[in-house]
Design a protein around this ligand. Sequence first.
Ligand SMILES: CC(C)[C@H](C(=O)O)[C@@H](O)C(=O)O
Ligand code: SF4
Length: 471
Amino acid sequence: METRPLTYFEKVWNEHAIADLGDGTWLLQADRLLLHDVTGGAIMRTLVAEGHAPASPSQVFGVIDHLLVTRPQPQRRDGWTPVATQMISESRHLSQQLGIELIDVEDPRQGITHVIAPELGIALPGLMIVCGDSHTCTLGGLGAIGWGIGTSEGVHVLATQTIAETRPRLMRANFEGRLRPGVSAKDMILRLIGEIGAGGGAGFAIEFAGEAVRALPVEARLTLCNMAVECSAKYGFVAPDDTVFDYLEGRAHAPKGAAWDMAVAHWRSLATDALALFDREVFIDVTTLEPQVTWGTSPQHVAPVNSSVPVPEEAGDGPSRANAKAALAYQQLTPGTALESVRIDVAYIGTCTNARLSDLRLAAEYLRGRRVASHVTAICVPGSAGVKRAAEAEGLDAVFREAGFEWHDAGCGMCGSGRGRLEDVRVISTSNRNFENRQGKRTRTHLASPLTVAASAVAGHIADPRKEVLA
Ligand SMILES: CC(C)[C@H](C(=O)O)[C@@H](O)C(=O)O
Ligand code: SF4
């Protein structure tokens, strides 16, 4: 037993450590393996081809999310590409053969893996959860340690329910102060990435901490952790507290009765000790934080919405200058242009970053009684069937539709790897990636919060949501 003060991550790591494999690598217990339609099939297929069987199928869940058409019926049912049809039927067939529960298209629990794992209590504090998907770090919002794995690692996990992992260094990102109205978790994480850079988290597990993080509801913490991987950190998390316990109690897969009370007591004991040391600490004062929007082709190309497209000649060293120039050329933007004057073609609300009920509520609150600009295609894709039902029960679908938004079924949609890609348009999007061609050929993506996307949809150009709301 280590007796020095420990961080949350170290405590969870130690509880899962089975064997020291040397060179900083450990064999760890994996509590959950999530298999989605893009990478899950190959994992199951390889397992079968290698003659193995799942070690613990009840700890494995299959999900269909990426390959779905999110446009409502009949496209939802008939619009699959032959490749999607083949991959989805392989997932169905193999998960049945291996005794793995599959949350399929028509299942009322269906949705994006990282949205439904918290909703169903499949993700819980202190668990190690792996999936062939880089945004598994989202689950850190509940205090789970989640990360993305490759196919051969997935086969190893499926066959043994263990994984070999190199112990990362530890960073604490402290967000101090209180957020101002119109500013949200998405702005916090974009700001952090702007500060430390898209590679700044490489080799680290990031603990998000500080007054502003403690004040965030669970869904906002999921947004924060979702983008840890966008600064190259494999893992990002918030140590769980009453906010998380209240959210999880009673969820389908959460422990019940006496087991729940024991679990909560244990989860509390995992909190980072007061004197624990981190390899790096970053401090961000949120009291002056503005809504953020990306201008370039990396999440680090970010600026306050009420500022201007930067002038590359004024940007740091040679490589970042060249990189900014190339980004501006791709994005068809002129240095010095006010971001708020940049005209958009598409406004997109969806993805595992920002398609939970609270995100939709924020956007709908802005859209009530307003209309999307006539040249803008506006799309809202709820993150899960559960989110969609809850939104409809509150009449949010009517608010979106009356404002001129398309109202879709749940799935990854037009995030990137999903179906229904866009082409040659400028998109303001609540997603997490703005690489070249990410949302389709020649798409020029600007990442922002749901509120900023709603305001921009109405204005027809990138817009500061606070102008109207606070006027
Ligand atoms: C398909 C999957 C491997 C991929 C990821 O890992 O992130 C996808 O979800 C994405 O966002 O591009
Ligand atoms: S919504 Fe986008 S980022 Fe999230 S898992 Fe799906 S494709 Fe990946």
